[in-house]
Design a binder for this molecule. Sequence first.
Ligand code: SAH
Length: 220
Amino acid sequence: MQPHEYEFLRHKMVERLEKEGIRDQRLLEAMRTIRRHIFVDEAVRGQAYEDHAVPIGLQQTISQPFVVARMTELLELRPDHRVMEVGTGSGYQTAILAFLAGEVYSIERISSLMEIAERLLANLGFSNVRFRLGDGTCGWPEHAPYDGVLLTAAAPRVPEPLLKQLRVGGRLVLPLGDEEHQRLKRLIKGEGREHRMEDHGGCVFVKLVGKYGFQDRGHD
Ligand code: SAH
């Protein structure tokens, strides 16, 4: 496929997202700008702008465009915000965050995925992203507090360290549930233990593996 064909598909994707209710204009601009197809293998690039998840190897997937858009919108990012992402994967969501926020801290547990994402983001010219290899359920306390925290893998419960590293009034967006089905949740941190928890519908993600996630059973 030629670059202009990908561009056409990308604009179509954004039109669909608008019809599906995505309103944040800066976010729509980010999704019009960032070339999603470069984040997947050449063999599946033709599918990059369809509204479904696409495999990125090692049994992981790049999340579907609508889910990326909805989760990002729920973070309500501003250019001065600091955001933490757990589950870098392909790095596509990371690039969207980097377009919208001031600083992005992204954690991935699979080194080969992290290395590819890191290279792609550097090639795109983003200098406001830092990557870390390890268990993201423990967060990245050195840069806390965060205005937003995003989990792009399914969690059985809200990982306590991530909540702790969120500022009061900050937003934590995550898929919460079992290994097969989850609900997209947004938690808005209050003072003390008073947090607001909202439900944003059903979703399906690969699982979060770690100390405050699901147990590691190898790549199953
Ligand atoms: N936003 C990514 C989603 C990738 S799938 C994208 O659209 O490409 C979820 C990712 O979370 C996988 O890459 C998986 O390896 C990673 N992951 C799972 N548990 C993790 C953990 N505890 N810490 C960091 N990354 C984790």
